[in-house]
Design a protein around this ligand. Structure first.
Ligand code: SF4
Length: 334
C-alpha cells in the first residue's frame, strides 16, 4: 500500500503515480549495478564506512546484502522522520498551504509509525507523530530555505553519482543522496536530521566530525558546485544538523552548524581513493574479506555478532535464517 500526500489517498501497489510513499519496506533483491564481479566501483558513505569498520561486515552487508530483520526501531524511526520531512518540502514546493501540509505529514507519520516494533519506548508511532508535529511547528518558517532544482522541484533527497578516478580503465564513482540543500544567510548548506535518546550537547555534536557520511556529502557538493546551478550556486559552507532528542514524554530540537574545510574534504577523497585501490581491490582479487575484531563490540555490538561468534561452517546457515537480503546499490537514484 502507498500514501499519496497530495490527495490524501491510500493506493495499492499496482497504481502508478509520480508522488507516492510506500508504507512498507519491500525486500528488494535485484542485480547490484555498483559491482563488477565482487569489485565495487560505485561507492557511498555506507559501503565506505562498512569496509573501514570491518571487511567481513562489508562482505556480509554490502556484497551479500544481509540485513537484520525486522529493521531495528532505532534505524527505522530515523528513516521515517527523514521521509516525512522530504514529503513536507515537496508539498510546500507544490504550493500546498503549510497547515494542510502539516496534516498530511501527521497522517503519514501515523501510517509509517504502524511499522515500528514498539520495542523502544522513545521510538513509537506516538513519538514519531509528536516529533513530526513539534519539529514542523518549530521550523515552520525555517530560515534555511530549500534550494530549488531547475525543474522547479525542491533539492531534497538529491541523488548524485560523480566520477572520481580510474583503476585499470574502470571509473570509480562517489554516490549518495543529500537530504536537503538549503540557503542560510546567503550561503549554501547541506541539511540533515539526527535522532537520539541522549542529550543534544557537545558529545552529540562531536559525532558528526570526522564522519564518512558528511565529508562524503560535502565532497560531492564541492564537485557539483564547480558548475554553478540553482541547487549549488556556490560551494557549500557546511552542514546544518537538526538534532532531535527523543524522550518517552518529550521531544527536543537543537540546530547545529558544522563546518568542514576544503583541505579536510581533499583529505577525505585521498583516503577514499587509497581505501578502494589498496583494500577493496586487494580483498576482491583475493576473494577474502578479513574480520576486524576490534570493531565487534563497539557501539552496542555489531549486528553480525551472532554470526561471527559461531564457527565458520555454521555462519551461512545463521545468515540465511536470521537475516533478510536486500540489495544495497549506491548507483540507484531514489
Ligand atoms: S561481528 Fe566483528 S568480525 Fe563479524 S562482521 Fe561484525 S565487526 Fe566484523
Amino acid at each position: 500500500m502507498n500514501y499519496a500526500p497530495l490527495t490524501d489517498q491510500l493506493l495499492p501497489d499496482n497504481i502508478s503515480r509520480s508522488f507516492l510513499v510506500p508504507l512498507s519496506e519491500p525486500n528488494l533483491l535485484s542485480p547490484n549495478t555498483s559491482f563488477i564481479g565482487n569489485f565495487q566501483f560505485v561507492w557511498d558513505s555506507v559501503s565506505y564506512g562498512a569496509i573501514q569498520t570491518c571487511p567481513r561486515k562489508y562482505k556480509f552487508s554490502i556484497i551479500d546484502g544481509y540485513q537484520l530483520s525486522p529493521t531495528p526501531s532505532t534505524l527505522l524511526f530515523g528513516i521515517y522522520f527523514h521521509k516525512i520531512q522530504e514529503v513536507w518540502h515537496k508539498l510546500l514546493a507544490h504550493g500546498m498551504d503549510k497547515d494542510l501540509a502539516l496534516l498530511r505529514c501527521v497522517r503519514l507519520a501515523g501510517l509509517l509509525g504502524e511499522n515500528l516494533l514498539n520495542d523502544r519506548n522513545e521510538r513509537t508511532k506516538e513519538t514519531l507523530i509528536r516529533a513530526t508535529v513539534w519539529y514542523l511547528d518549530q521550523f515552520k518558517n525555517d530560515p534555511a530555505q530549500t534550494n530549488i532544482r531547475p525543474d522547479g522541484t525542491p533539492a531534497v533527497e538529491y541523488s548524485f553519482q560523480l566520477p572520481l578516478f580510474n583503476i585499470d580503465n574502470q571509473t570509480i564513482y562517489l554516490a549518495g543522496h543529500l537530504d536537503r540543500v538549503a540557503t542560510f544567510q546567503n550561503s549554501v548548506y547541506l541539511c540533515d536530521y539526527k535522532t537520539t535518546k541522549s542529550d543534544l550537547g557537545d558529545r552529540f555534536l562531536s559525532t558528526f566530525k570526522p564522519s564518512y557520511q558528511f565529508e562524503g556529502y560535502l565532497a560531492a557538493a564541492h564537485i557539483l558546485s564547480s558548475v554553478p546551478t540553482s541547487v549549488f550556486p556556490s560551494p557549500p559552507t557546511g552542514l546544518i544538523i537538526d538534532g532531535i532528542q527523543l524522550g518517552v514524554t518529550f521531544t527536543r530540537f537543537q540546530r547545529f552548524i558544522v563546518r568542514i574545510t576544503k583541505p579536510e574534504i581533499d583529505e577525505y577523497l585521498t583516503d577514499l581513493e587509497y581505501t578502494i585501490k589498496v583494500k577493496a581491490k586487494g580483498y576482491a582479487e583475493a576473494n577474502h574479506w578479513p574480520a576486524e575484531k576490534t570493531s565487534c563490540h563497539l557501539y552496542g555490538g555489531c549486528e553480525f555478532l551472532s554470526v561471527c561468534s559461531k564457527p565458520p561452517q555454521d555462519r551461512e546457515r545463521i545468515l540465511k535464517t536470521n537475516y533478510v537480503k536486500r540489495t544495497w546499490d549506491p548507483a540507484k537514484a531514489r
